[in-house]
Design a protein around this ligand. Structure first.
Ligand SMILES: [Ca+2]
Length: 395
C-alpha cells in the first residue's frame, strides 16, 4: 500500500497545480482534513496518537481521508463560465418571447439573441419544452426556419449541451469525403478526460456509433493511434503525491524516444502523453529541459510533422495553459485572412459555460486587446451581437 507516501501538499505544489484544470479542491478544506488524520497513520508519530485509537477507528479514518481525496481530486472541475443561470428565469415568459420573435415579420433576431445567449443550456432546454407546449411545435425546427447563416449556427449550437455540441462537431469533421483534421485535433486534444468520456457517451446516443471506431476509421498511422489513445480516456487522475522518480523517468523516456535517437519512438510519446495526469506532465516537461537542449514544444516541431505534430503541440499547449491555447486560437481565427468563422463560433459556443471567462483574461493578457473588442472589430450584424453577448463583457 502506498499509504505512507501520502502527505499534505506544500503551498508551492498547490500553486503549481493551479495551472491544470484537474486540480484538487480548495486547499483550506484539504489541509483542514489532513490535520486531523495525518498523525494517526504516521508510524513515527506514535506518541501523538491517543491510546484509545483502535486499529478499526484508524482504518475508518484512513478510508474517510482517502474518500475525501478521491472526491476532491476526481470531482468537479473549476469552471469559469460567461453564461450563467438567469436568476429570474421564467421559461414560459421566455418561450412566449421567442414565439413572438419568430412570428414577427422579418424575424426579431435581437430578442432571440437576448433570450438564448443569456440562459444556460439547462434553461434553454426548459424554454424549448415550454415553447413546444405553447406553440405545439418543436422550437429547434422553428428556429432553423426563422434564422439563417452564422447566427443560425450559433443559436442551434447553443440548443445542444456542451458534450452534444462537441460530439456533433467531431462527427461533422469526419463525416463525408475527407476529414477536417484541424477541428478534430482541437476538440480531441483539448478536452479533459471527464469531457471526453461524456462526449463518447453522447456520441453513441446521437449517432449510434463508437467514437473510437469513427476516429480511427477516418485517420491513419500514428495520428490515428494518438487520437485513439486520447479518446480511450486512460489518463490517470492527479495525485497529491509528487512522484519525483516517475517524473524523471518520463522526462528521460520522452528525450530518449525523440531528440536523442534517430527517428522517433512515437508509441512512447503517445503513451506518456495520453496516460499521465496533467499536473504530472507539467512537471515532466520542466524536468525534460534538463535532458534535452530543446523544450518539449521545440522537440515536437523537430521530431514529427503534419497532423501528428499539430496534435502533440495542441496537447502540450493545453497541458501548460489550456485557456491560453483557446485565446491564441481565437486570435488566429480572427486575424488570419479569410477569418475562420467556424473556429470562432465553435470556441465561443463550446466554452461559454466552461472557461470562457478565463480565456478572456488570457486573451487580454497576451494580445493587448480584449476579446470583446477583437470580436467587435472582426465580425458584424446579428452574428456579432450573439458572440458579444456570449463573451459576456469587455475587459
Ligand atoms: Ca529523433
Amino acid at each position: 500500500m502506498p499509504l505512507v507516501k501520502l502527505r499534505p501538499p506544500s503551498e508551492q505544489e498547490l500553486q503549481l497545480k493551479g495551472q491544470g484544470e484537474e486540480r484538487p479542491g480548495p486547499p483550506l478544506l484539504f489541509k483542514h482534513h489532513t490535520l486531523h488524520t495525518l498523525h494517526s497513520w504516521d508510524p513515527s508519530a506514535q506518541h501523538l496518537r491517543s491510546a484509545d485509537h483502535s486499529k478499526k477507528s484508524r482504518m475508518s479514518m484512513i478510508q474517510e481521508y482517502l474518500g475525501q481525496l478521491t472526491l476532491q481530486l476526481g470531482g468537479g472541475e473549476d469552471t469559469y463560465p460567461t453564461v450563467v443561470p438567469d436568476p429570474n428565469f421564467d421559461p414560459d415568459k421566455d418561450a412566449a418571447r421567442i414565439e413572438t420573435a419568430i412570428k414577427t415579420k422579418g424575424v426579431d433576431e435581437q430578442t432571440i439573441i437576448d433570450v438564448l445567449t443569456k440562459r444556460t443550456y439547462n434553461q434553454r432546454r426548459e424554454i424549448a419544452f415550454a415553447y413546444e407546449r405553447r406553440a405545439k411545435k418543436d422550437m429547434i425546427s422553428a428556429l432553423k426556419g426563422a434564422l439563417s447563416g452564422s447566427l443560425e449556427t450559433v443559436i442551434l449550437g447553443l440548443m445542444k449541451s456542451t458534450a452534444q455540441y462537441d460530439a456533433s462537431e467531431i462527427r461533422a469533421s469526419i463525416k463525408g469525403l475527407g476529414t477536417d483534421e484541424e477541428s478534430l485535433i482541437e476538440i480531441v486534444c483539448s478536452r479533459s478526460k471527464a469531457e471526453l468520456m461524456e462526449i463518447k457517451k453522447v456520441y453513441k446516443e446521437l449517432f449510434k456509433k463508437d467514437l473510437e471506431k469513427d476516429v480511427c476509421g477516418d485517420t491513419s498511422g500514428d495520428f490515428a493511434k494518438l487520437l485513439l489513445a486520447l479518446v480511450e480516456a486512460k489518463r490517470t487522475e492527479p495525485s497529491s503525491v509528487v512522484d519525483h522518480q516517475k517524473i524523471d523517468e518520463d522526462a528521460r523516456a520522452l528525450f530518449e524516444a525523440g531528440v536523442k535517437r534517430k527517428g522517433t519512438d512515437v508509441k512512447c510519446w503517445i503513451s506518456i502523453m495520453s496516460e499521465r495526469s496533467i499536473p504530472h506532465l507539467q512537471k515532466v516537461f520542466e524536468r525534460y529541459k534538463s535532458y534535452s537542449p530543446y523544450d518539449m514544444q521545440e522537440s515536437i516541431r523537430k521530431e514529427v510533422k503534419g497532423d501528428l505534430e499539430m496534435s502533440f503541440l495542441t496537447l502540450v499547449q493545453c497541458f501548460e495553459n489550456k485557456q491560453l491555447y483557446f485565446a491564441n486560437r481565437l486570435q488566429d481565427a480572427m486575424k488570419s485572412k479569410g477569418a475562420k468563422e467556424k473556429v470562432l463560433t465553435r470556441i465561443m459556443v463550446s466554452r461559454c459555460e466552461v472557461d470562457l471567462k478565463k480565456i478572456r483574461q488570457e486573451f487580454k493578457a497576451h494580445h493587448g486587446k480584449s476579446l470583446y473588442q477583437t470580436i467587435a472589430e472582426h465580425t458584424k450584424g446579428d452574428y456579432q451581437r450573439a458572440l458579444l453577448s456570449l463573451c459576456g463583457g469587455d475587459d
